[in-house]
Design a binder for this molecule. Structure first.
Ligand SMILES: Cc1cc2nc3c(=O)[nH]c(=O)nc-3n(C[C@H](O)[C@H](O)[C@H](O)COP(=O)(O)O)c2cc1C
Length: 351
């Protein structure tokens, strides 16, 4: 399907799935819910809200350490603040000690009341893996099961898991890992179809997602390399997954959820908005970030990565990007976007 250039970004709410439709109804009812992936430093509350407004049906927090939660680390708890408008939301935790994970899960349920609790068995980062957290657990499937059982036994919301295809290329075993997770009581499983050693290189192996869907009774969310609306449709056709999770494809492009929904529903894929509409999304996103952070300068410094993503690929965008990387206020960013638009877009709509 061809991306139409003329469609405008609709206002927040136009693409929202019904708030009261539970994640399970969506998964079982064939809606193929679209998930914004957990992403440390990216899937924070403002971005989650923005993606919900563009049609993400479910969002997941960035991962938080079970140890940090138990120690009542202030920064760890900061990561967990969310707005009711984000629901349905899952909070993701990681750790390698079943009792500690259970304590952290109970605390999360009691204090934050998310819609589900997700366990991270996928993080490939050394600092996490060295302590057996994240994908480190994949070397010991008894431990994986012990963690799921411990968490499940203390919370009443669903326990879901996110895994990779295996610890290493030699030991790629997504079906075995997934079956063990299901047996231990995971309610939903997301597979990022790469091994830990692949990190983010190579391609996600969608055949593995299809094999896991085939083997499991619980709903399976497919994840890896969905970069466009059309990719979402291809993933569903290839794997028959119950839901689709998107991470990097949303960077500077929260409208990917709108495009994915259109593709899944057999409608024309709107494609990226025109530049001026894109700039309006940047402003809306920055406002949400400032409102959340409360300190404008700090919010804008953290927001620079998003500014980089939003302006990627713009004609003569390098100079604009360099200037945006210096801003400490929304007004300054706004000035730069305006003068860019006046200079570069005078000859009619450019997208
Ligand atoms: C910046 C960044 C941070 C991430 N942080 C997390 C995380 O906190 N928890 C998690 O389970 N996965 C995390 N991931 C992995 C993504 O959720 C996802 O599995 C992966 O990027 C593959 O999906 P994609 O091809 O759509 O990007 C992160 C990925 C990125 C790019």
């Amino acid at each position: 399907m061809q991306a139409g250039r003329s469609l405008e970004v609709k206002s927040c709410g136009d693409y929202l799935s019904p708030m009261n439709q539970s994640v399970f109804e969506m998964l079982r009812g064939g809606r193929t819910p679209l998930y914004l992936a957990p992403q440390a430093g990216v899937s924070e509350s403002p971005f989650r809200r923005l993606c919900r407004s563009f049609g993400a049906d479910v969002v997941v927090s960035e991962f938080v350490s079970a140890e940090g939660l138990r120690r009542h680390d202030r920064r760890t708890h900061e990561y967990l603040r969310f707005d009711d408008a984000e629901r349905p939301i899952g909070i993701q935790i990681f750790g390698a000690v079943p009792e500690a994970m259970a304590q952290a899960a109970a605390l999360v349920e009691e204090v934050y009341r998310p819609d589900f609790l997700d366990i991270n068995f996928g993080c490939p980062v050394k600092k996490v893996v060295n302590r057996n957290g994240g994908s480190g657990c994949l070397r010991d499937l008894d431990l994986v099961q012990a963690i799921i059982r411990a968490v499940r036994s203390v919370i009443s919301i669903p326990t879901t898991v996110k895994i990779r295809s295996g610890w290493s290329e030699d030991s790629r075993n997504p079906v075995e890992i997934a079956l063990r997770c299901q047996e231990a009581g995971a309610a939903v499983l997301t597979l990022h179809a790469r091994s830990r050693t692949q990190m983010y290189s190579g391609h996600a192996n969608w055949d593995e997602i299809a094999a896991v869907v085939e083997a499991l009774e619980i709903p399976v969310i497919g994840n890896g390399d969905v970069w466009s609306g059309e990719d979402a449709l291809r993933m569903r056709e290839h794997t028959h997954c119950a839901g689709i999770m998107i991470a990097r494809g949303s960077h500077g492009a929260p409208w990917i959820f709108r495009d994915a929904r259109a593709a899944l529903d057999g409608h024309l894929v709107p494609g990226p908005p025109a530049v001026l509409d894109r700039f309006q999304v940047v402003r809306d996103h920055a406002r949400l970030a400032i409102e959340f952070e409360r300190d404008e300068e700090r919010a804008m410094i953290e927001f620079r990565k998003h500014l980089g993503w939003y302006t990627k690929g713009l004609p003569n965008g390098r100079v604009l990007r360099q200037a945006l990387f210096e801003v400490t206020s929304l007004a300054a960013a706004d000035d730069l976007l305006r003068s860019y638009a006046e200079k570069e877009l005078v000859s009619g709509p450019v997208s």
